[in-house]
Each structure stands twice: as structure tokens, then as C-alpha cells.
Design a binder for this molecule. Structure first.
Ligand SMILES: *Cc1c(COP(=O)(O)O)cnc(C)c1O
Length: 384
């Protein structure tokens, strides 16, 4: 088969390696977060690789994502945490998911779904599994401290009525990539208060969890019973400049084949708006991927790609379908491989490099890349 014009290749061996490394480092069970199509890596494939490496839990944002994991054949513990009123909790309970409630109103919705799904059961109801999310200072999802008592009391009453089991109490950090930020200590202390309040209410959650990837690596006291690792599972550094190198391997490579190579003269300007002008005769290569593939438009004149073992700067603006790179007269031909980013082992840029160039985080680079790119999965550890 001929190589695609432009593609994403995901190495599932890297995912397994990263998950094993994180489990060893954390010393507690790991939830691999696979939301947003596995941060652009392919949710179902990442989920299977994560399980093969021992992931005890998978985490999804939406109910749809969690249901898609079941449809893909995953049978392990799955938590989801982002729903709107009227969502299909009956489907969630039938699929044996752990769902998250932020409020008494959400518990009421889950209760209604639980009693609906009980009616046909010969063996009696299977209690739903509910986790409670508390807001410890992110001011995003979760119950605010003033509402904890009411939420926990209602959750305990539902347990006593056999409606559900409260399987977890959890929260999320705002500044974990900045380990010296005072919010980390404050949030952890607030979380401990929430756990005490839950205990006073009679709740005995199976898992208490607070840490994302950065906290897993940088803040051992935040690991509790379970850590939720997204970005690090994909081999990207959650806190560049703060973490020790634990040998994570970026799983995603984005590559293309040059559509055209041609000479331009000194004084020729390149791409829309003529934002770059050659100061010498050179050759340029046309890379057939642009912002339609999720290549950030901010990368114009700042990012580089690898061609023929060398970094090649993008000249001019990123277009919808293509970008132009400077080949400096080197013997490179149409059809040759261009690596936009990858693990970085052969000198190619990484997603973290692109994040720096584009003033964002690697999460956004890998999650947004896609569009017309094809995506395939390989296993570099599989016998040839
Ligand atoms: C996305 C997400 C995570 C994973 O965060 P990383 O920084 O990618 O490890 C963990 N917990 C919650 C609630 C999330 O939304």
C-alpha cells in the first residue's frame, strides 16, 4: 500500500510503556484518562493498550464517551464526570459505569434512572455506582464546600435505600503543573476536609482521588487511592521544566509526504500575506497539511518540521490545506517524508516543541490534530 498523503501514527507500545511507568511511579492504581478520543490518539485503541498495561480504571469526560468504551468491548471500571440535566443515566447504569454527581439534583436524576431500571429485574436492583465530586478551589465542576453536607447526607440516604453505592469522592487541581503554587496545598487541605465530612456522613468510598498527571509526578501526597493520568499516558510531559525524566515516550507521530519541491529566488515571498520573503535563493517544500488538519495557524514562521534528518522551518502562514517549509537547497524530492512531530528520537520536533512555538500546551496540539489526516495504530513491540 502506498503511504498516505498525511497521517497520524500512534504507537500502542508507547502507551503501554507509559502506563506501566506511571503505575510503578505512583504506587497506587491508575485511571488512564481517554476523553476527547484519547487526546486525539484513538479512544478504543488507547483503552485496550492501557488495560493491557494494567490500568485499573479508565476515565472519560462525557457519558457518550464512557458508553463508547463499553461498545468497544471494555468491561473494566470506567468513570465519567460531565453530564447535563436530562442525560441518559439509565443507559449509564445499564452499562455498569461509575457516574459522577456534583449536586443533589444530579443524585435525584440518578435515583430516578435507578428505580426505572429496577422494575424488570428478577434478582433485585443492582445498585448504581456513584462518585461525588467536590470543588476544592478550581471553581469548575463539583460541589462547593457549603453544599457538601447536603450532598453527602443525600448520598448516604440513597446508599441506605439500596439505590447506589458511593464508590468515590474526588476533586481536581488547578495549578498542579506549578508545584510551588500555594493553591496546591490549599486544595489538598480542602480535599482532606471533604473526605472527613464524607466520613462523618457515613460514606466509605472505595477510591479517593485528586491527582492528574502533573500531581502524580510532582506531589506524592496527592495520590490517595487512585491517580488520574491523561497526558502522561500519551508520553507528554504534564509540567515541562518541573518534572524529572521518567522515560515517558510520546505515542503520536504526525507525518506527511512532500507534495512538491521547487526553487525560489531571493526576494520571492511565501504564502498568504507575504509574511516571509527569501533573502537568498532557496528551495521550498509543500507539506500537504494545514489548519484543516489541526496544524495551528500560529505555527506560521515559528514552527519547524523534520525532512531528511534536519529541521526545516515553516515559511509564511499556515494555510487550510498546506504549509511551505524551507529546504535550503538540500537534495530532497517530492514524495519524501516530512515529520511534523513525533517522539523526538531522530531529531524531529515533539508535540511539546509545537506547544512552545504556538504558545499553548501539548494537550491542545495532540487533541486538535486530525481533520483529513488518516490515523493508524502500530505496535513497535509486536514481533515482525
Ligand atoms: C482531563 C482530566 C484529567 C487528566 O489530566 P492530565 O493533566 O491530562 O493528566 C484528570 N482528571 C480530570 C477531572 C480531567 O478532566
Amino acid at each position: 500500500m502506498t503511504r498516505p498523503r498525511a497521517e497520524i501514527v500512534v504507537d500502542l507500545a508507547a502507551i503501554r510503556h507509559n502506563v506501566r511507568t506511571l503505575r510503578r511511579t505512583a504506587g497506587v492504581p491508575v485511571m488512564v484518562v481517554v476523553k476527547a478520543d484519547g487526546y486525539g490518539h484513538g479512544m478504543a485503541q488507547v483503552a485496550a493498550a492501557a488495560r493491557a498495561a494494567g490500568a485499573e480504571w479508565l476515565g472519560a469526560a462525557t457519558l457518550d464517551e464512557a458508553l463508547a468504551l463499553r461498545a468497544a468491548g471494555d468491561t473494566g471500571r470506567v468513570l465519567c464526570w460531565l453530564t447535563v440535566p436530562g442525560e441518559d443515566y439509565a443507559a449509564a447504569l445499564a452499562a455498569d459505569l461509575d457516574v459522577t454527581a456534583y449536586s443533589v439534583a444530579e443524585l435525584d436524576e440518578i435515583a430516578a434512572a435507578a428505580s426505572d431500571s429496577d422494575s424488570g429485574s428478577a434478582t433485585g436492583p443492582r445498585p448504581a455506582r456513584v462518585q461525588l465530586k467536590v470543588d476544592t478551589g478550581l471553581s469548575r465542576g463539583g460541589a462547593s464546600e457549603r453544599d457538601w453536607e447536603g450532598l453527602f447526607a443525600r448520598a448516604r440516604a440513597g446508599e441506605e435505600a439500596g439505590r447506589w453505592r458511593v464508590t468515590g469522592v474526588w476533586s481536581h487541581l488547578a495549578c498542579s503543573d506549578d508545584p510551588d503554587h500555594p493553591a496546591n496545598d490549599a486544595q489538598e487541605a480542602t480535599f482532606r476536609r471533604a473526605l472527613e465530612a464524607a466520613e462523618r456522613a457515613g460514606l466509605r468510598p472505595e477510591v479517593r482521588h485528586l491527582a492528574n498527571s502533573a500531581a502524580t509526578l510532582l506531589r506524592p501526597s496527592s495520590r490517595f487511592d487512585l491517580v488520574r493520568c491523561g497526558i502522561a499516558s500519551y508520553g507528554l510531559d504534564p509540567a515541562p521544566g518541573e518534572t524529572d525524566d521518567i522515560g515517558l515516550v510520546p505515542a503520536m507521530t504526525v507525518r506527511a509526504r512532500l507534495a512538491l519541491v521547487k526553487a525560489i529566488a531571493a526576494g520571492d515571498a511565501v504564502s498568504y500575506g507575504h509574511t516571509w520573503t527569501a533573502d537568498r535563493p532557496t528551495t521550498v517544500g509543500l507539506v500537504p497539511a494545514g489548519y484543516g488538519e489541526g496544524v495551528p495557524r500560529q505555527a506560521g514562521n515559528v514552527a519547524s518540521v523534520a525532512v531528511g534528518g534536519r529541521r526545516r522551518p515553516i515559511r509564511g502562514r499556515v494555510c487550510m490545506d498546506q504549509v511551505v517549509v524551507d529546504l535550503d537547497g538540500d537534495p530532497v524530492e517530492a514524495g519524501d517524508e516530512v515529520v511534523l512531530f513525533g517522539p523526538g528520537r531522530d531529531g524531529e520536533p515533539t508535540a511539546q516543541d509545537w506547544a512552545q512555538w504556538c504558545d499553548t500546551i501539548s494537550y491542545e496540539i495532540v487533541t486538535r490534530i486530525g481533520g483529513r489526516l488518516t490515523r493508524s495504530h502500530v505496535d513497535s513491540e509486536a514481533p515482525a
